[in-house]
Design a protein around this ligand. Sequence first.
Ligand SMILES: C[S@@+](CC[C@H](N)C(=O)[O-])C[C@H]1O[C@@H](n2cnc3c(N)ncnc32)[C@H](O)[C@@H]1O
Length: 384
Amino acid sequence: METILKEKNQSNKQMPLIELGGINDAAKQSIPYKINSLEKNIANGHDKYLLQIQNRRYLGNKYKLLSLLKEIVKQKCDDFCSICDIFAGTGVVGHAFNSRSIKIISNELLFSNYISLYAWLSPESYDKTKIEDVLSQLNTIKADKDNYVSENFGNRYFSLDNARKIGQIRESIEKMSLSPKEKSILLTSLLYAMDKSANTCGHYDAFRKNLDMISPIKLLLPDIKQEINESNEVFNEDANKLIRTIEADILYIDPPYNSRQYSDTYHLLENIIRWEKPTVYGKAKKMNRSNLKSMYCGKEATKAFYDLIMNAKCKYVLFSYNNMFDKGNARSNARIKDKTIIEILEKRGKVEIFEQNYKPFSTGKSRTEDHAERVFFCSIRHKT
Ligand SMILES: C[S@@+](CC[C@H](N)C(=O)[O-])C[C@H]1O[C@@H](n2cnc3c(N)ncnc32)[C@H](O)[C@@H]1O
């Protein structure tokens, strides 16, 4: 893959901006999830009845950025055997680097994402035949009575039939005798099935007026590459707390970059996976999320980032952040200025910036030109 290096005046500092050739072609190949995740699986040579980790809509997921990330690691990182994906979301980044010789440490604040990361990446072994049997059993459930999900989310985020079935499947999983890995796999299958049948544009701030997602919910088997998960670790912690206790050769940092809290956007999935059946409020039927707020969405974002970088025990940092500072509407604007990012990273080592043009996320009507997803790369001066 050809690499073009060019100098660009970036935030009052001369930083090398590196564009990697071929990235756009690779990005074009990833068919949008909406078309049909099963078609996409076939196109990628996967079994159409198996779920792949990327078969999920998730704001800010880096599936389309994987070629760039891999290229940066290939060109810039020598001699590494562990990667920490500390704001893992769907986990696609850690998953893309997962191999027998590379340990993947994944971490997420949201419990629903942690459960999914645990299913895809944890080393705990499981009985695949048992999972297949339970999934077929759960798929035949006939649900005609109301439950927590149908009462709160039926005829809103899901058709009434699907909401009743989701509620009953979730309750059945709760009552089964399962190992943590088995439970996480079944819940992950349910999480992906809910995403596919939700009457939304991919997040849960609102549902569509016309209830058009009526095809029956179906649980699929996640295609887990268990044989390469042996040395991995999965955490459900605040990144700034975890950073003090872990070490990894490469630290990948992909925090929220604007004021939108992921716990607001994905409250419904978090609620159903947690299954504490809290009271929900307002039109969007959100639960209390006060203990799930991220500092990276607030005024403390810069302070949190500084603390994270200063406490990182690694050889290399890859930091994904978009260039939306003062470009989108107020809620879409990035929290940390480029100049500040560079100053903070430079305290630990040499910084370079890589970029790939990207479709902006803004729910407002404003169009934002020149939007790019950037990766700030820092080669740490001394391993602390
Ligand atoms: C931009 S998304 C990451 C997307 C991910 N790289 C992917 O490809 O799916 C940011 C994630 O950070 C999580 N998060 C926010 N604050 C956090 C914190 N303090 N510690 C750990 N995770 C956090 C959010 O829940 C969200 O899933």
